[in-house]
Design a protein around this ligand. Sequence first.
Ligand code: DCP
Ligand code: CA
Ligand code: CA
Length: 377
Amino acid sequence: MSTMLCAEESHSLDRVIGHVDLDYFYAQVEEVENPSIKRRPVMVCVFSGRTEESGVVSTANYKAREFGVHSGMPISQAKKLVKDANPVVIKMEHEKYEVISDRIMQMVRERVDTLEQTGIDEGFFDLSVSSAGDYQAARRIAEDIKEDLLREEGLTCSIGIGRSKAVAKLGSDMSKPGGLMIISPNSTQSFLGPLPASKLYGVGPKTGLLLGEMGIKTMGELSMANPLDLERKLGKKLSAYLIGASAGADDDPVREGLEPTQFSRIITLKQDTRNPNEALAQLSAGIGYIREKLVSSDKSFKTLGAIGVLTDLSIHTKSRTFDTPMNAASDIEENTLNLFIELGKTVDKDFRRVGLRVSGLANNVNQKSLSEFLQTR
Ligand code: DCP
Ligand code: CA
Ligand code: CA
């Protein structure tokens, strides 16, 4: 049988949608960087700076979770829970996780039809064409993604595959950590039916409560709820989605992000160095590339991040967020140099690769808004 699929044929086939979510992402990245901490409770924290201990846990590895530690918990409380288990507390370094996330998303994107990134460590993808609608082929693609991720980054993820976004998301959630769950179209309804309605993608705490008040506990019950009753409480749009999605019948497409949210470039130095000026000189083509991207999309950035990969391949970053958006070449150069000077002070080895990342993108103000455009016509 040919695996070629023409566009018309694909309409009649079931869609094959996936959801990928990295396991305990920030903490796992830290474990890869420093494998000796793997058996200990690892907590990646955001420090507010008020007192030495004030701040919250951003995420924790599964060892720490065994003690009850979770995202959003105050650091002092988390420390108490794990105090006898030789814990590791690490300061969150957002830019570093972004660099790794970009690489992973690029790798996934190359293996699927479309990818809709929905967070730093997760996204939906469409496999309908690349799997030719065959769930066994889809399984193999998902296994390849998992293997490549482990080999190239040392990281594990969870993947769910099903006929809709909501089903795929349940699959990745339920197979966490490290799993792969395939929900074939035939088994979708029996899979969804007994699950709690509160677990459905798009049901937040508030909607969950309202459903509970209406006596709707399972997705099976939700799929058979009276549409008018539901509409009265939740509005037309949400009700229609919930009734469809709980039966595995929502057809919300996987949307490739249309607007860029960041531009980045990393280069390998001709010679390892710790000298910021030298690093910057070699990065000038990269700066030119980013400047060109900003100009052609008519955008400015608020956050600039310098990335240094050292000779031991550890990733170090420094970033700065400005009050007003900027995009001039001179501003990029000057601030990148300053960041590399700061970064150079904190590292104990030479840079092997250096990079730059701009984010917090905003449209330039001289760009007319749609309403202005219409008024001046
Ligand atoms: N994150 C955060 N603060 C939160 C929740 C999450 O800073 N309240 C960050 C840290 C996480 C990352 O976002 O590593 C991804 O969030 P997830 O909800 O996917 O959680 P994890 O990946 O940490 O764990 P899991 O294995 O449950 O997916
Ligand atoms: Ca995750
Ligand atoms: Ca996630």
